[in-house]
Write a protein that binds this ligand. Structure first.
Ligand SMILES: [Fe+2]
Ligand SMILES: [Fe+2]
Length: 286
């Protein structure tokens, strides 16, 4: 067993496809109050595959808009800028998240399913508890396990050993990753988010999604880390993309309290998710 060096991991992160320039440009335009709808539509239309994915997501049962979203301009008008922004991020990270991640016991498509379910759950949860930005929650849920894509190659080699460690030591999976590789997927995921210039809040949500109590929370209200943690737990409980990350996954009671959610809320979110998920999966599987 050899621990890997930080340089090696950073080199792996650099190998990941960068967020395409046109996606960055589109996200900038959305954030710029002076930009015009036509500019954004023009930028996005230059990538047909991306546009198709955005429209398929927008038309999925999850969003249940009363009328069909046929063009990017429609999407802007019907969905609004902030929802469109998270759809652009989902569509542009689909290929990366849809890979097989054998090192974590995830067949092809399973990490995507886990990630998009978590994103949708985070968005629903954020709305339920009146969190400042439901779309930021969506992106945190979507990318929380992105570090697995980077660590996959190393995990494949040490897989048996890590599983054995979890079993004999009765520790959470992430502790075993850290012990055996020297890094865990949350730390590496945060590095990816930094590389992609995502805001600090998002980097932290990815970094601490398994250990939300290590970050001080003065407000006593659920923050983005808490929402990501809870969404991950809800999705794992429903059995979406369990892999081996779900082994010994501790759900922090304090976080449930801070969010002020009830069993009833959880059931409602779960039902809404099931309703829309099959649809989304089919829509993107092309
Ligand atoms: Fe995770
Ligand atoms: Fe997860």
């Amino acid at each position: 067993m050899g621990k890997i060096s930080m340089e090696e991991v950073v080199a792996k992160i650099d190998e990941l496809p960068a967020i395409p320039a046109l996606v960055m440009r589109a996200l900038e335009l959305i954030d710029d109050p002076r930009s015009h709808v036509n500019q954004l539509a023009e930028v996005l239309s230059s990538d047909q595959a991306l546009t198709a994915k955005i429209l398929r997501l927008a038309n999925s049962a999850y969003y249940s808009f009363p009328r069909k979203v046929a063009t990017i301009t429609d999407a802007i008008v019907i969905l609004g800028f902030s929802t469109l922004k998270s759809l652009i991020i989902a569509a542009s990270t689909y290929n990366l998240l849809n890979r097989e991640v054998e090192g974590y016991g995830l067949a092809q498509g399973e990490l995507w399913k886990h990630s998009i379910s978590c994103a949708m759950t985070a968005r629903l949860l954020a709305k339920r508890i009146r969190f400042r930005s439901a779309e930021t929650a969506f992106v945190a849920g979507l990318l929380h396990d992105i570090g697995k894509v980077v660590l996959n190659a190393y995990m494949k080699e040490e897989f048996e050993e890590i599983l054995k460690y979890v079993e004999t030591e009765q520790v959470p999976f992430m502790k075993a990753e850290k012990e055996i590789l020297g890094f865990d997927h949350a730390e590496i995921g945060a590095k990816v988010a930094e590389k992609w210039n995502f805001p600090e809040e998002l980097v932290k949500a990815i970094r601490y999604h398994h250990e939300p109590l290590t970050v001080e929370n003065k407000t006593g209200k659920a923050n983005l880390i808490d929402i990501t943690h809870l969404s991950d737990a809800i999705v794992l409980m429903m059995g979406f993309g369990l892999g081996v990350d779900g082994l010994m996954y501790p759900i922090e009671e304090v976080v449930v309290e801070r969010a002020g959610i009830t069993m009833n809320d959880l059931n409602e979110i779960g039902n809404k998710l099931i309703e829309s998920l099959a649809d989304t999966e089919l829509l993107l599987a092309s």
